[in-house]
Design a protein around this ligand. Sequence first.
Ligand SMILES: [Zn+2]
Length: 375
Amino acid sequence: MLPDIENLLKLQGADKEIRRLQDEIAEFPRRVAAIEQKLAGTKAQLEKAQASIKADEAARRKHETTITDFRGKISKYRDQSLDVKTNDQYKALLHEIQFAEKEIAATEDKILEIMVNADARDKEVKAAQAELKAETTEIEKEKEQARQRTAEDEKLLAEWRAKRDQMRAGVNEDLLRHYERVSKFRGTGISEVRDHKCMACQVMLRPQTYNEVRTGQQTVVCDSCQRILYFNPANEMVALEKSDVKRPRRHHPKIDAPQAWYFRESYADAGEVYLCLTNSPGQASRRVYEIHTGRMIGDVLIREGDYRHAFPEDITGAIRLNGDWSEEELDTWGTEAPMVVLDALLADLELARYEMSARTTAKHEAPVPTEQAAS
Ligand SMILES: [Zn+2]
C-alpha cells in the first residue's frame, strides 16, 4: 500500500472521529432543552394545584363574609321586631330572619365542601412538590453528566484536530486537496475496493482500474464517485468467502491439455507473471506476460519435448490456470496480451486463490493447486 494511502486512511479515521465529536457536542444543548421541557411540565402542574388552593381560600373568605353579613342582618331584624306595631310587620321580619338563616346554612355547607376538598388539594400539591424535587435532582445530575461529557468531547476534539493537522502534513498536497474536496461533498474521500467494486458507491471498476488499485503502484480514483481507491488483500478474502454462494464453480484445467497457463508471484525481475506453455509435435514453447499490463517478457522460448519436461523449473510452485488459445492466435497478440485475456486469467486466478484459501482455512489442508515438477 502506498504511504499516501495509509496516511489518508488514518486521516479519514480522524475526520470521522472529529465529525462524531462535533455531532455529540451539538447534541448537548438539545438534550438540556428536552430535560428542561420535562421539568416545566411538572412545574406547571404544581402551579395549577397551588392556584386551586388559593382560589378555594378566597371562596371560603367570601362565604365567611356572607355569613357575617347575614348574621348582622338577623340581629338587626330582631332589634326591629321589639318595636313593631302590627302583626303583619312582625311576620315580615320573621320571614326575613328565616331567609337569612337558610342562606347561612347553605353557605356553611359550601365551606364544609371546600374544607373536605382541601385535603385532596393538599395531597396534590405535596405530590407535585415531591415530583418536582426528584426531577430537579435527576435533571441536575443529567445536566452535570452532559456538561462533563461535552468537556471531555471538546478536549478529545482538540486532540484529534491536532492529530489531523499532523496527518495532513504526511500526504501529498494534490492528493490531499482531492481527498478534501470529495470528503466535503460525499462525507468520505477514500474507499476500499473489494471484489472489483468501489465499496463506497458500489460501482464495478473497469478491469484495468481494478488492476491498478490492486498493484498499489499509483493512486487511482473511482470513475464514478471520485473517491481515492485502495485495496486490502485481507478484506478481499473475507468478501470472497462471504460471496461464496454466488461464486461460480471453477473448471479445473486438464492435466494433459496441450496448453497450460500458470501464474507466478515472481519471475526474475518481472514480479507477477503469467506463463503460457504450449505443446506441439516434438517440442514445447514458453511465453511470459506481465499480469497487469500484458506486456510480453522476453521472446518465445522453444525447447524439445513436452512442456512438463521442457520447463519444470517454471511450473514448480506456480498456480495452474484455465486458458486455451492457439499458437497462431498467440502470435497475433505480438508483445502484448489483450485486456480480455488478462481479465479472463485474472478472474480464474482469483477463483483459484479463493479455492486455496477455502481449503487451507476451512479444512486445514495444505494448499494443493500449485504444481510439482515432473520427475
Ligand atoms: Zn466509487
